[in-house]
Design a binder for this molecule. Structure first.
Ligand SMILES: Nc1ncnc2c1ncn2[C@@H]1O[C@H](COP(=O)(O)OP(=O)(O)OP(=O)(O)O)[C@@H](O)[C@H]1O
Ligand SMILES: [Mg+2]
Length: 311
């Protein structure tokens, strides 16, 4: 087993009376797309700054890419790229000039800067806009340029703080596809912070939920969903033709069925114990046709709320 890319031990940050990050124990493996999910003010950005060696912890330790973020913060910044929450750009520069400038800040020689600028503009789909001034870019283009600058040092890991904030659905999808591609092609480890449940659910393989500075749960999306589904009552989603009041009444009377609800063109049958067989028989017997039948899928939102309420 290789070393984890990120390992924190009781990492803690205190601002005055506030413990913004509270004994955080987190492990992220190489090659993961890890989602750091939490509401506004839960400590996501503060954690990212600690992991980038840009902020000093009150106590605890963090190792990133094999380096201690306090003792070896320079090394950490060499191998960790970041897209900050409120990334600022030099709007007057062209995209190429901007990336070249970031390359200079990272002590890259000219030929290397030229090569990486060309490659990165292609990676983020901005080749045609390389000579345009950043001030003419849309927000989505700026975010992609922001990811390109995070990659100029050819990092092992990138920290993306709310990378899709303010983007439209198409822009969000472009960023997501870009993250997938970078992860797959370069084996890049991605640490993505977000307060958007859906974003994390569709982008990340594993998720940590942070609340008031504390990590309240960490697991794969799959396990989070399974865990909840296992605990809750079983529900089946149907799309039916010919739903009659008589059918609804009969369904409600089946043993084990706790309730029957309708939403748009869907019918949901909730059961305390599985009685799928009787439910489908009753539907057919009443002359209704089943166009679709599937177990109701739980969203991460429901899991997330559960952890909020419990904590
Ligand atoms: N420099 C600072 N000085 C004092 N308090 C701070 C500082 N930075 C953050 N905080 C506080 O620490 C807590 C965590 O803030 P942080 O920015 O890490 O949250 P976040 O999860 O990134 O929130 P958001 O989703 O709004 O970006 C908040 O209560 C915030 O007010
Ligand atoms: Mg933040």
């Amino acid at each position: 087993m290789s070393e984890p890319m990120i390992q924190t031990q009781d990492l803690t940050k205190i601002y005055g009376d506030l413990t913004a990050v509270d004994h955080l124990n987190l492990t992220v493996d190489e090659g993961e797309i890890f989602g750091f999910l939490g509401p506004n003010g839960s400590g996501k950005t503060t954690t990212l700054l600690l992991l980038l060696g840009l902020s000093t912890p009150a106590s605890g330790t963090a190792i990133v890419g094999g380096y201690d973020v306090v003792k070896n913060s320079r090394e950490v910044r060499k191998i960790a790229g970041s897209l900050p929450e409120f990334a600022g750009y030099y709007e007057n520069l062209t995209a190429k000039q901007y990336l070249d400038y970031i390359g200079q800040l990272n002590d890259l020689p000219l030929t290397e800067r030229e090569r990486r600028t060309t490659d990165l503009l292609a990676d983020v789909g901005l080749t045609k806009c390389g000579d345009r001034k950043v001030e003419t870019f849309s927000r989505g283009m700026k975010q992609r340029l922001g990811i390109a600058q995070a990659l100029i040092k050819d990092p092992k890991i990138v920290f993306l703080d709310e990378p899709t904030i303010g983007l439209d659905p198409e822009g969000i999808k472009e960023i997501r596809d870009l993250i997938f591609r970078l992860n797959k092609d370069r084996g890049l480890t991605v640490f993505l912070s977000s307060h958007l449940l859906h974003e994390v659910q569709v982008t990340c393989s594993r998720v940590g939920i942070i609340r008031q500075g504390k990590l309240v749960a960490t697991d794969t999306i799959e396990n989070f969903t399974k865990e909840l589904a296992g605990k809750e009552e079983k529900s089946i989603e149907f799309k039916l033709i010919n739903v009659t009041p008589k059918l609804l009444k009969e369904l409600k009377g089946i043993g084990g069925v706790t309730s029957v609800t309708q939403e748009n063109d869907r019918l949901y049958v909730h059961m305390a114990e599985d009685n799928t067989e009787e439910v489908s028989k009753t539907i057919t017997k009443n002359g209704a046709t089943i166009l679709l039948m599937k177990p109701r899928e739980y969203t991460l939102e429901e899991v997330f709320m559960k952890y909020y309420q419990e904590a």
